[in-house]
Ligand binder design. Structure first.
Ligand SMILES: O=C(O)CCC(=O)C(=O)O
Length: 273
């Protein structure tokens, strides 16, 4: 059930990132201050009987920020006021993105690459253990099954401990989902998936992340010990990305605390307030 590269619209390339690039990326990451968002907000409360909850991990977004409480980009209906313009990629990531886009255009069928597709959005996920006030650790290094609704192929670059990534046929909450394909995503690897099967039909999830002693230092993830970092690059049509001050007032209010927190550490976000 491993990927190998026999599938259309699915690429896995180990050792894709050169070690100099990796170091440059880690140096850049040490300048960011990830935040830990809540899933819901005043304008977007949780469903009845469900408490609001923190996401399983700290995150940082580049290109545009999809705050969880704005519900993420989800065409055809959920396209307005979900993507807030964010910092550009640093040069090292932009070069990698150009290379990945080139690879996609060579290897994927044109029908699976939307018009104007380019990877203008990046979610940086930090995986590891949450550390409580008393020092107790909770392993939150996983992601439940979901789809990425941004159109076209999605590319993912991983660092640190390897992660068990699975494509599944979802059985909903009632029973166990069926694993269709799985792959360990290793340090410095690249994975790209697209097309109807991998984007539209199957769900994907990170089942677990190994714990063999890798710990990233200097990542500014307070009360959290990171052992894996994943960059997921996606495409959001630029007309659906708006500056913070163009969000409706109630949504600006929902994300204001996050933007304030970001602005304490980032020049870009300071200007957005
Ligand atoms: O960490 C990964 O490998 C996958 C992350 C993911 O599924 C997501 O960000 O949507």
């Amino acid at each position: 059930m491993r990927f190998s590269n026999q599938y259309q619209n699915l690429i896995y390339q180990p050792n894709y990132i050169h070690k100099n690039q990796k170091q440059e990326i880690l140096d850049y990451l040490s300048t960011l201050h990830p935040i830990w968002e809540m899933r819901f907000s005043a304008s977007n409360p949780p469903p009845a009987d469900e408490p609001n909850r923190q996401l399983l991990r700290p995150v940082y977004w580049l290109g545009n920020w999809q705050f969880a409480c704005l519900n993420y980009y989800h065409p055809p209906q959920g396209i307005q006021n979900r993507c807030v313009r964010a910092e550009d990629y640093p040069q090292v990531l932009q070069q990698i993105v150009f290379d990945i886009e080139h690879m996609v255009r060579q290897k994927f069928s044109p029908k699976d690459i939307p018009d104007k597709w380019h990877l203008n959005t990046c979610l940086v996920n930090f995986y590891g253990d949450q550390i409580s006030e008393t020092g107790a650790r909770t392993d939150c290094a996983r992601v439940g099954e979901h789809k990425d609704f941004e159109p076209g192929p999605v590319a993912s670059v991983s660092f640190g401990e390897k992660a068990m990534f699975q494509f599944v046929k979802s059985a909903g909450k009632s029973s166990k989902s069926e694993v269709v394909l799985q792959q360990w995503l290793e340090d410095s690897s690249l994975q790209i998936f697209g097309g109807d099967k991998f984007k539209k039909q199957l769900f994907h999830r990170v089942q677990r992340v190994e714990d063999k002693g890798i710990v990233f230092k200097n990542l500014n993830t307070t009360k959290f010990e990171t052992r894996r970092i994943n960059f997921t690059f996606r495409y959001v049509p630029t007309e659906h990305v708006r500056p913070f001050d163009k969000l409706p007032d109630h949504l600006q209010a929902d994300v204001k605390n996050y933007v304030t927190e970001l602005s304490g550490k980032s020049e870009y976000w300071k200007e957005q307030l």
